[in-house]
Ligand binder design. Structure first.
Ligand code: FAD
Length: 317
C-alpha cells in the first residue's frame, strides 16, 4: 500500500514508523528482527530501510603499499525490505540513491522492487564518499534526487530507458523525498533549498521525510515555508533521541543541524550513562508529544539500534 494511502486511512491520527540500517556485512538479519520485534506493538504501517553505497578503504599489503578497495559495508537493503514485509506484513520502504548507479542500474533496481510488490521508494541523491570532497554522480546516472524522481515517475507511466519497449508495464511507486528543516548543508540558503524541494514534489514526489531536528520550531517553520512555497504534500518529521554525550558534537557534525541550548545543558550536566539517556529520552518525549499535538501525519523514528529507548519514548507519548 502507498504511504499516502496510509496517511489517508489514518484520518488525521498520528502514525508511528521506523527507519533501520542494514547490518554491517557479516552480520545477520536477526539484528533487524531484534530491533523491530519489540517495536511492532506500536503497529507501524511502514518501515524504512536505508541504502549504503560502497566506500573506499585502504588495506595495507605485505609490501607495505596500500591498496585502495571499494567495499559496501551495509548491503542488503532490498532483501531486508522483502524480509520485513514477509515477517510483519507491513510496508517496507527501500531508500534508493543516485550515487553509484547508472540509470540502467536504477531501472533494474526499480524493476526488482516492483516485482517484489514494493509500492514505495524514498528517492535520494546520496552523499560524497569518504575521501571525496563532493558528490560525484555516476557518469551515466542521475545527478540530483529530482532526476531519480523523474526516472521513477517515467516507469510509473510505462516509460523505460529502452525506447523500443512499447506498452511497458507501469510500475506503481509512491515516491518520497528528503527535506531539511535546517537546510541541506550544500545549499547557499533555505530559499534555494526550498526551490529544489518543490522541484522534487512537482516532479512527482508524494511526501517528504525530514532530516532529524531537535527544535520543533524548526520543523513548524519549515512546514509553513513549504506551504507558502506551494508544497502541499505530507511532511513527516524524522526524530532521533540523543543517547550519548558525544552525540552533542557528532550529530551536528554529521547531519548539519543545531542542538537547542536546553537539550545541550541537560545532557551536559548528566554525569552517568543512565542520566544522559534519561535526558535524551525526556527531550524526545517532549518533542514527540508536541508534534503529535500539532497533528503531524507520522512520528518517524531513526532507531539506530536504540530499540529499548525508542520503545520507552513511544510508550510515554
Ligand atoms: P537533492 O534533493 O538532490 O539535493 C542535494 C543538494 O543539491 C541540495 O543542496 C539541493 O538544494 C541541491 N539541488 C537539488 N536539485 C538541484 C538542481 N537541480 N540544481 C542545483 N542544485 C540542486 N543517504 C544515503 O546514502 N542513504 C540513505 O538511505 C539515506 N537516507 C536518508 C533519509 C532521509 C530522511 C534524509 C533526510 C537523508 C538521507 N540520506 C541518505 C542522506 C542524503 O542522501 C543526503 O542528505 C544528500 O546529501 C542529499 O540527498 P537529497 O536527496 O536531499 O538530494
Amino acid at each position: 500500500m502507498k504511504i499516502t494511502e496510509h496517511f489517508e486511512k489514518s484520518k488525521g491520527e498520528t502514525l508511528v514508523s521506523f527507519e533501520v540500517l542494514p547490518p554491517l556485512k557479516g552480520g545477520s538479519m536477526q539484528t533487524i528482527f531484534d530491533t523491530l520485534d519489540p517495536l511492532m506493538e506500536f503497529k507501524p504501517p511502514f518501515i524504512d530501510v536505508t541504502y549504503h553505497r560502497e566506500e573506499f578503504l585502504y588495506n595495507k599489503r605485505e609490501s607495505g603499499y596500500y591498496e585502495k578497495v571499494a567495499i559496501r559495508k551495509r548491503p542488503g537493503t532490498v532483501g531486508i525490505c522483502a524480509s520485513i514485509m514477509h515477517r510483519y506484513g507491513v510496508d517496507a520502504i527501500p531508500h534508493l540513491i543516485c550515487g553509484g548507479f547508472s540509470k540502467e542500474e536504477t531501472e533494474n533496481a526499480l524493476i526488482d522492487l516492483a516485482f517484489l510488490g514494493i509500492d514505495n521508494v524514498l528517492a535520494l541523491r546520496g552523499d560524497a564518499r569518504k575521501f571525496e570532497t563532493k558528490f560525484i554522480p555516476h557518469p551515466e546516472g542521475n545527478r540530483f534526487a529530482v532526476d531519480l524522481v523523474n526516472q521513477t515517475k517515467d516507469m510509473n507511466e510505462g516509460v523505460y530507458l529502452d525506447c523500443n519497449i512499447e506498452n511497458g508495464a507501469k510500475t506503481n511507486f509512491c515516491i518520497g523525498v528528503a527535506g531539511y528543516p535546517e537546510k541541506h548543508f550544500e545549499s547557499p540558503n533555505l530559499n534555494l533549498d526550498m526551490h529544489y524541494l518543490k522541484a522534487k514534489v512537482d516532479a512527482g514526489a508524494s511526501y517528504i521525510v525530514t532530516q532529524m531536528f531537535f527544535d520543533n520550531q524548526k520543523y513548524f517553520d519549515f512546514v509553513d515555508a513549504c506551504r507558502a512555497a506551494g508544497i502541499n504534500v505530507p511532511i513527516v518529521p524524522g526524530i532521533k533521541p540523543v543517547t550519548k554525550k558525544y552525540q552533542l558534537n557528532s550529530i551536528p557534525r554529521n547531519f548539519f543541524i543545531n542542538m537547542p541550548d536546553d537539550l545541550v545543558a541537560s545532557v551536559s550536566k548528566a554525569d552517568t550513562a543512565e542520566k544522559i539517556q534519561q535526558a535524551g529520552i525526556e527531550w524526545c518525549v517532549h518533542q514527540s508529544k508536541e508534534l503529535k499535538k500539532a497533528g503531524v501525519p507520522c512520528l518517524h523514528y531513526y532507531t539506530m539500534g536504540d530499540t529499548d529507548i525508542i520503545k520507552r519514548i513511544i510508550q510515554s507519548v
